[in-house]
Design a protein around this ligand. Structure first.
Ligand SMILES: *Cc1c(COP(=O)(O)O)cnc(C)c1O
Length: 391
């Protein structure tokens, strides 16, 4: 059993890195997405603890801004989120109820997304048992082959229209596989399939678009859009200028520096050998914090806006930077260096590590000193006040 007395979650300036989440930027992103979504209602996707940024802090901010539709992946995420939101706000559970857990959805005021005939049958049974038409969303698979009813299963369901009437079906939903690539033919193909299926469920509101899908334009927006990534500042369209406001600032602390001569190596496996005299700074963030090992000899940090490349392999708790040429006075132990911020976006780091911004965000660890900043105000708690304000 976990020992409740053990908590290494840093609450102070002792932390090796600090993560600041700009709630004001999330609010501005939500407003931008609402405008972009035209007549569609804009929901918010808060699964995986709002992509690791803190659903409990973010949900009330979005609710304050008029958001009334929230999506999570798991039932338990919905149960936790329910405590942070007003009763009138609707929480949708993307994976639907695990078999036998239908009743829990109702007890916690959650609306399941039904992805299979089995889930539909389970929900219908509960409706009969409670004598109520209970709200649910029905997902159809339009080509991603991941979740939702296959088209023939949807047809089968329609044969039993009367039993479907037992459920208060709120939305017909599907999900796009290639929405971040606007010219990909899959987008139109999925749209066509979705429209065909939708014609079989007349008058039912529909939802197709994630963040990127919103930017594919009006035909993709239907009645409800479901952005996650763009709320948190990630670029919705691959290779295009990012219209979203950056949300995350991550700074790591220099804990040691040294000068090495030509021929000396840095880090595990000796993957970096200095060609000449080099100044190396060790920063207290590593792959255990989500700073991916694939950034070994590839990624970088910024000190006063100057690029300091990562040299050697990323360790569990530290990285090593080549800081040669940077003023010694800026390298004192305790100095914070920029890992995510104005000089380096989440998407840029993802590109260096061979992954996507989603994975960078959701990998962010829990050893950081986390702060939340709102609108233009300073961080609520600012242990590194100087460093934060200097960005
Ligand atoms: C995660 C998810 C979203 C949000 O996607 P983003 O690309 O982060 O906007 C929307 N719908 C479904 C079904 C999802 O799984």
């Amino acid at each position: 059993m976990a020992n409740a007395a053990y908590s290494a979650y840093p609450s102070s300036a002792h932390a090796g890195a600090s993560l600041c989440i700009d709630l004001g930027a999330i609010r501005r992103n939500y407003r931008l997405l609402c405008r972009q979504a035209g007549k569609a209602t804009c929901a918010a996707v808060l699964k995986a603890d709002a992509y690791s940024l803190g659903a409990g802090r973010i949900a009330p901010v979005l609710e304050q801004d008029g958001c009334r539709h929230f999506f999570v992946a798991h039932l338990d995420e919905g149960i936790a989120l329910r405590r942070c939101l007003a009763a009138r706000s609707e929480i949708f559970v993307l994976h639907g109820p695990p078999p036998g857990a239908e009743q829990e959805c109702i007890e916690h005021g959650l609306i399941p997304v039904l992805n299979s005939l089995q889930q539909v049958a389970g929900w219908r049974k509960l409706c009969h048992r409670l004598g109520r038409r209970l709200a649910a969303v029905i997902q159809v698979d339009t080509g991603m082959s991941r979740m939702g009813l296959a088209p023939d299963e949807a047809e089968l369901l329609l044969l039993y229209q009367s039993s479907l009437n037992a459920i208060d079906l709120r939305y017909l939903m599907s999900h796009l596989a290639c929405a971040d690539l606007p010219t990909h033919s899959m987008n139109e193909m999925q749209l066509r399939r979705f429209l065909t299926l939708r014609s079989r469920f007349p008058a039912m509101p529909a939802s197709l678009a994630n963040s990127s899908g919103i930017f594919l334009g009006g035909p993709y927006q239907f009645d409800l859009v479901r952005p996650g990534a763009a709320l948190y500042g990630l670029a919705p369209i691959a290779g295009e200028a990012n219209p979203m406001h950056p949300v995350v600032t991550l700074q790591g602390k220099i804990i040691q520096t040294r000068t090495i001569g030509a021929g000396n190596c840095v880090g595990y496996g000796m993957t970096y050998r200095a060609a000449g005299k080099r100044v190396i700074a060790t920063v207290a963030i590593g792959y255990a914090d989500g700073w991916m090992r694939s950034m070994s000899n590839r990624g970088m940090a910024f000190i006063d806006g100057i690029c300091a490349p990562i040299v050697g392999t990323v360790s569990m708790d530290s990285i090593t930077l080549d800081v040669s040429g940077i003023n010694e006075g800026r390298l004192l132990p305790g100095t914070m260096v920029e890992l995510l911020g104005p000089h380096q976006s989440v998407d840029a780091v993802a590109a260096h590590s061979g992954t996507i911004g989603y994975e960078i965000l959701t990998s962010l660890g829990n050893r950081f000193h986390r702060t939340y900043r709102d609108v233009s105000a300073a961080c609520e708690e600012a242990p590194y006040g100087e460093a934060v304000s200097s960005l």
